[in-house]
Design a protein. Structure first.
Length: 75
């Protein structure tokens, strides 16, 4: 049960970040009068942030599975 609690907070934070940034990307797509290449560039940045956030979540889950609940032990 303790490991499950360790997954909950990072997963919720990443889920909210992904929802927010996907919403930002969709908003950029819906703005009229902007050229296609600009829309693509404006959507690329939030989607890249989503990819990085998911990557960090996977890394954190691996740390929790490895027994590192608290990162402060490294310092």
């Amino acid at each position: 049960m303790k490991k499950r609690k360790g997954y909950l907070a990072p997963a919720l934070v990443v889920a909210f970040l992904v929802l927010y940034y996907v919403g930002v990307a969709v908003t950029f797509l819906c703005v009229p009068g902007i050229p296609g290449w600009t829309k693509a560039l404006l959507c690329l940045v939030p989607l890249a942030v989503c990819a990085v956030a998911v990557g960090v979540l996977v890394q954190r889950i691996r740390e929790i599975n490895g027994g590192e609940e608290d990162d402060l032990d490294q310092y």
